[in-house]
Write a protein of this length. Structure first.
Length: 152
């Protein structure tokens, strides 16, 4: 699937659509994604700020997706663990940007070259419109080179 098509699918996907999550960009080379969470009456918590689950959900699939698509079909890639730290109450529209550079991909390839699993923590911050950190999220991704790819 092309990144632009996947972006549209995400924006129509009921869990994102109903939460106010909007994917604004997925780069053609799979090295960047930007996601927004818009404040809606149905995604506010008891004290009028963004529901923490929505802040977490807006970051959920993107590290795994970018790494998987950047590495290609020779690798198994999935999420292994995650954590979130709420730093400041989130109000209005908040956003997160995911940037994957070649250095990280080279390190992952090197660490997974022998067929052993590679676990890597990938951080992303969620910002408000004043560019203040609202939440810090870390996702641990699992990467393993497929057996058939080792034999090439």
């Amino acid at each position: 699937m092309k990144p632009s098509t996947l972006r549209h699918v995400f924006n129509l996907w009921p869990p994102f659509l109903s939460s106010g999550i909007h994917v604004t960009e997925i780069a053609a080379d799979w090295r960047f994604a930007r996601v927004e969470l818009r404040m809606r009456p149905w995604n506010r918590n008891y004290v009028g700020t963004h529901f923490g689950g929505s802040l977490f959900a807006m970051t959920d699939p993107f590290w795994m997706l970018l790494v998987k698509e950047s590495l290609g079909r020779d690798y198994y890639v999935w999420d292994k663990a995650a954590e979130i730290e709420f730093v400041k109450p989130g109000k209005g529209t908040v956003h997160a940007e995911f940037r994957l550079d070649e250095v990280i991909l080279d390190e992952i390839r090197a660490d997974a070259a022998n067929g052993q699993k590679h676990l890597r923590w990938m951080p992303v911050d969620v910002f408000n419109t004043q560019h203040e950190v609202v939440a810090r999220v870390r996702k641990q991704i699992y990467v393993r080179l497929k057996p058939e790819a080792r034999n090439r």
